[in-house]
Write a protein that binds this ligand. Structure first.
Ligand SMILES: [Zn+2]
Length: 192
């Protein structure tokens, strides 16, 4: 019997607050999509250098029950995240816009023990402990954090400091045009 044909499918709210309490113990499957601004993702907000208009993450969630021989059908959760944020580039220390995309699949299990015992050879499928108040928002935020590059950098050659030094003799000239020491400016003003 295919349980998906009998179980109701519930549309997830795109409200971030509602997403932090989802009942994954109920006999129903879910689908939904939405957009999360950086401001509702406090741990991501801690990582970003600036927030520009349009920064944030589109998410899409679908769950279904997969029949597995000898056990209860398992709820599978598929999560797709796509978005943009700004981090400090480790090449030039300027803000760097990064596009991220992440797709993950999870299986809902009943207990921590079951999660620990989950066969790790299948790294395409990670176990999650189901609860009546599952923090789906927290899971989305975890996945965004996991998809961040260890060393954020502009694309090759796009660093602002690098391109400035490519001008050969010009960079020495630029260096001599440094803004004047404010005390020297003050001195000159007094002389006049
Ligand atoms: Zn850079």
């Amino acid at each position: 019997m295919n349980r998906n044909q009998v179980l109701p499918q519930v549309e997830l709210s795109s409200d971030p607050k509602a997403l932090s309490r989802i009942d994954f113990c109920a006999p129903q499957s879910y689908q939904g999509a939405g957009f999360l601004e950086i401001s509702v993702l406090p741990r991501v907000a801690d990582e970003v250098s600036i927030i520009e208009p349009g920064d944030g993450f589109h998410w899409q969630v679908m769950t279904h029950f997969a029949d597995s021989p000898g056990t209860q059908p398992q709820q599978i959760l598929e999560l797709v995240i796509k978005g943009r944020l700004h981090l400090v580039c480790q090449g030039c220390l300027q803000d760097c816009g990064l596009d991220l995309a992440q797709e993950s699949r999870f299986v809902m299990v009943a207990t921590e023990d079951e999660a620990d015992a989950f066969p790790m050879e299948d790294d395409q499928l990670e176990p999650l402990v189901a609860s009546q108040h599952f923090d789906l928002l927290g899971l989305i935020e975890d996945e965004i954090l996991l998809s961040l590059p260890l060393i954020p950098k502009h694309l090759e050659g796009a660093c602002q400091a690098r391109t400035a030094s490519f001008g050969g003799g010009k960079s020495a000239e630029d260096a001599s045009e440094k803004p004047q020491n404010p005390f020297n400016i003050l001195k000159n003003m007094k002389k006049n």
